[in-house]
Design a protein around this ligand. Structure first.
Ligand code: FAD
Length: 391
């Protein structure tokens, strides 16, 4: 019969291939990736790898020989351009069609472009891939002025590492505080103070109206009219799911490719996992789309089982981490919609955790240099799931 075709060759794709073999699937697996690198982990791209503290081969999720040894046909530098559900085929560059018995979409996200004039000037970057980091590092000389637009996790992580390699860094955030979407005020203030203590400037409630320059970037124009001089600009304003293949094939879309708890799309032969997929969370009572390693790995494992007709329900406690300077931030659960917080530990000493509640129910815990609280939180948040399965 036709192979299982995995579209994308990132974190979730690699895990799906590994899990299909582990689950005993002996058929053909084809993996199609438009990058020229074997599947790799992205978190170090804004952390150790950005600062040159980690080599590229250490990013690889599996050693190169794993794929041929496991009979996984990885086609790199190859783009899936069309999904043809009626023909059960994927069209790749050059109009070539690959028939599938089951397809798995793991195309991830791409960095959102800055929605202002000048965003395409040379010297404006985003960091999503190894190649992005290579381009960034080639021009990130000590003393260069870097303006980071966006004070989310990636923006703040890059600020920390850029500061370490000697760049002069300014973070510009449109919201009144950094990490506004993903953390409470205590964490935001802590993260801001950490940057300030290292000499990084942080501007909040500040819009950007244009990137200035003729060929190369020379500055970032703020809504106040002030222009911050810049040799480099990092766009760190979020990610957009790569769902065009699915949308063009008329698969259901709902803030990502709509899948069920078995990672199955609206087409019974097509599955989707990772950053690109939105799934029903029983734990949070709504549909969610996560951009995390946890989700890429665990949902891919679930999808592999489901593709082989195994019984599985994907309903995870989401978790995430971020490293900034010597601070490890860990988040368990989803904290949007909280109405009360509790802080425990010593904020001044940089070791504490914040618990988030909605209607007196614990929904998330953010830990700062406090891995024990993080692990306990994951267990506490999973309790309703354990009860659900026991009932
Ligand atoms: P990806 O890993 O993005 O893989 C998708 C792949 O599909 C890409 O290679 C893409 O080029 C390819 N592709 C897309 N369209 C096509 C097509 N049509 N044809 C062929 N190939 C295609 N998560 C954490 O939990 N903790 C962290 O600290 C953390 N830090 C991060 C730092 C950075 C800089 C970035 C970018 C991400 C970070 N993440 C972190 C998020 C995490 O890396 C992602 O959630 C994870 O990689 C998602 O896996 P995925 O397989 O869904 O997508």
């Amino acid at each position: 019969s036709a192979p299982f075709v995995i579209i994308g060759a990132g974190q979730a794709a690699a895990q799906a291939a590994v899990s299909l073999r582990a689950e005993g699937y002996g058929g053909e697996i084809v993996m199609i990736g438009d990058e020229t690198h074997l599947p790799y982990q992205r978190p170090p791209l804004s952390k150790a790898f950005l600062a040159g503290e980690m080599s590229a081969d250490r990013l690889e999720l599996k050693a190169p020989n794993f794929y041929p040894d496991s009979g996984i046909d990885v086609r790199l530098g190859t783009r899936a351009v069309r999904l043809l559900p009626a023909a059960k085929a994927v069209e790749i560059d050059g109009g070539i069609r690959i028939a599938y018995e089951r397809a798995l979409i793991a195309t991830g996200t791409r960095a959102r472009a800055l929605p202002v004039p000048g965003a395409d000037l040379e010297g404006v970057f985003s960091i999503r891939s190894i190649d992005d980091v290579a381009r960034f590092r080639a021009v990130a000389q000590p003393g260069a002025k870097l303006v980071i637009v966006g004070g989310g996790y990636i923006g703040l992580e890059v600020a920390a590492k850029a500061n370490r390699i000697g760049l002069d860094v300014t973070v510009v955030e449109g919201q009144p505080r950094v990490l506004a979407r993903v953390a409470c005020e205590t964490i935001s203030r802590y993260a801001t103070d950490l940057q300030l203590a290292h000499g990084v400037r942080v501007l909040t409630s500040m819009g950007v109206s244009a990137i200035t320059g003729t060929e190369r970037v020379t500055g970032v124009e703020l809504v106040t009219g002030e222009v911050l001089p810049a040799d480099l600009v990092l766009a760190a304003v979020g990610a957009v799911p790569n769902l065009e293949l699915a949308a063009d094939a008329s698969l259901a879309i709902e803030n990502g490719i709509r899948v069920d708890a078995q990672a199955r799309t609206s087409d019974p032969s097509i599955y989707a996992v990772g950053d690109v997929a939105s799934f029903p969370s029983g734990l949070y009572g709504r549909r969610i789309r996560l951009e995390s390693v946890q989700n890429a790995i665990d949902q891919a494992k679930a999808a592999a089982k489901a593709m082989l007709e195994g019984a599985v329900t994907y309903d995870p406690v989401p978790w995430f981490w971020s490293d900034q300077y010597d601070t490890k931030l860990q988040i368990a659960g989803l904290l949007d919609g909280f109405d009360r917080t509790e802080c425990e530990g010593d904020v001044a000493a940089g070791r504490f955790c914040v618990r988030y509640f909605a209607s007196e129910r614990l929904i998330a815990v953010c830990s700062v240099n406090d891995p024990k609280s993080h692990m306990l939180a994951r267990r506490a948040l999973a309790a309703p799931l354990a009860q659900g399965s026991a009932a």
